[in-house]
Design a protein around this ligand. Sequence first.
Ligand code: HEM
Length: 212
Amino acid sequence: MSYLRSWFSFDTTTSLPTATAQSSSIPGSPAIDEGDDDGSDIAGEDDTPPAFPGLSSAQRAAPSTPSIPVILTDSALMPPPPPVPGLAARRPGVQKTATSSFSLLAPMTTTRRPYKSLRRERVALAPGIGPLDWASLKSSGEDLRENAWTAINGKVYNITPYLPFHPGGDKELMRVAGRDGTKLFSLTHAWVKADFMLDACLVGFLVSEPAA
Ligand code: HEM
């Protein structure tokens, strides 16, 4: 009983009326035995439980008025991000903000053409030709790197298609690639009619470069 009395009488502002009326104890001091309990108290023994909260606790030092819990709103818990410039004010590329020197915006080169003067119109490809045809040709295994020209007797030929058909082999034929092959051709087989054999490969006529 003394325990309950000291418990209720601790906080004088919020304590129950019946408890304050019955108790004059001071927190932390021995409770007064009024002799109305079960008679188990023994004179000279202090059965007062430790005061709660403790004498040196922060809870005791706090104001006795119960604090009202504050419910934080979402914006109070996580403030909104800083304002960003409007769409009209935005420019493609890296944007420096107060909090970051980088931007997740796409690079300028992928968002707009840099200069109006460089704009070109696309032309329609030939019927049956599309980007996928070029992709399939690239992956077909055909060697697309070679495009060898030579000049025989003043005529320039693209000898690339003939390389697999040359009786002397493609390596010998490639010896005249990129230069005037008239001399070597004539020394090897002057009787061969290159003019007839390569007519479909004629690119143009050899002219001497104007002196700079
Ligand atoms: C550029 C145009 C050329 C064409 C149209 C051409 C065409 C031919 C032809 C038709 C033959 C067979 C001749 C025959 O059986 O009598 C041949 C053979 C031969 N060509 Fe060419 N050729 C060319 C260039 C060259 C060059 C630059 C070389 C390199 C040196 C060369 C080396 C050979 C050789 C060694 C053979 C003899 C193959 C054999 O003994 O069967 N050809 N060529």
